[in-house]
Design a protein around this ligand. Structure first.
Ligand SMILES: [Zn+2]
Ligand SMILES: [Zn+2]
Length: 271
């Protein structure tokens, strides 16, 4: 069985531990078939600086992933997990991807802008804010900047009960992803977070069963990733995400088998 994960962090983002080579070493022990390092990207200004690497640390990140690539016994890719905002389009496209040579960009939509301020949607939910969040997320999906979407249901951490409005936000995001042909990730890390009380009892803040049933019905491409913030989680959380999918009857694909940049690369001969 192939097991890969393309959502991996490093100590540089200030809320994870380990270097890329530590993740690679653990992944090798765990029978990894391919791995992607995708730390939170730096920004040209202090936005989100509490949970991202500094711009000055970018050369170090590049050195670390290059060193890890030399050691890895399986194909190793590197890129970034990014927010989306029109102000940073060129940052992602022209700087991170073109100039720095990032092999892939992950879209993780965690924050919503309101009156010039950013709010972390899982902790600051609200009806109006959800409308803005959905609009922003859909625009991010349509931007063509990204290779897949991390935890597209993370906002449901702030919305325990699924009202019609919340379901329609789910649908808007899912259909945008399907139209843009972007794989969506069932996130293993969310399953380890403190449960909340949903419509039918305790559930993980994310991933959320109803969301993924809708995604499967819509014909979405669904992958599983770890979102590892510690080396020991590099693949175990992806296994957890697969188990979740199996339990709810949603079929998933191994990321390395569906992500176009992996398939196009000469690093792999994934069976
Ligand atoms: Zn993180
Ligand atoms: Zn994330």
């Amino acid at each position: 069985m192939n097991i890969s994960s393309f959502h991996t962090h490093t100590w540089l983002c200030k809320h994870a531990s380990g270097k890329p080579e530590d993740y690679v070493a653990q992944a090798a022990l765990d029978g990894c078939s391919a791995l992607g390092i995708s730390d939170h990207c730096p920004y040209p200004d202090p936005t989100w600086s509490g949970s991202r690497m500094e711009l000055s640390q970018l050369p170090e990140y590049l050195n670390l992933v290059t060193a890890a690539q030399e050691k890895a016994s399986f194909p190793l890719f590197w890129g970034f997990e990014c927010e989306w905002h029109p102000a940073y389009e060129s940052w992602y496209r022209d700087f991170l991807r073109a100039e720095m040579g990032a092999e892939y960009l992950v879209y993780g939509s965690h924050w919503v802008e309101e009156n010039g301020e950013f709010w972390y949607i899982p902790e600051y939910p609200g009806a109006q804010r959800l409308i803005r969040y959905t609009e922003m997320t859909v625009r991010g999906i349509q931007s063509g900047l990204y290779d897949f979407i991390a935890h597209p249901d993370i906002f449901l951490a702030g919305y325990p009960k699924l009202t019609d409005t919340i379901r329609s936000a789910c649908r808007d995001i899912i259909y945008a992803a399907v139209d843009a042909n972007l794989p969506m990730e069932i996130n293993g890390l969310g399953l380890t977070r403190t449960p909340l009380i949903g419509d039918s009892g305790p559930r993980a803040p994310y991933p959320v069963r109803e969301f993924w049933e809708m995604a499967a019905d819509a014909g979405a491409t669904i992958i599983c990733n770890s979102d590892a913030h510690r080396p020991e989680d590099v693949l175990t959380l992806a296994h957890g995400a697969r188990a979740f999918a199996k339990e709810i009857g949603v079929s998933v694909q191994d990321p390395a088998e569906v992500l176009p940049f992996v398939r196009a690369s000469d690093k792999t001969e994934i069976s």
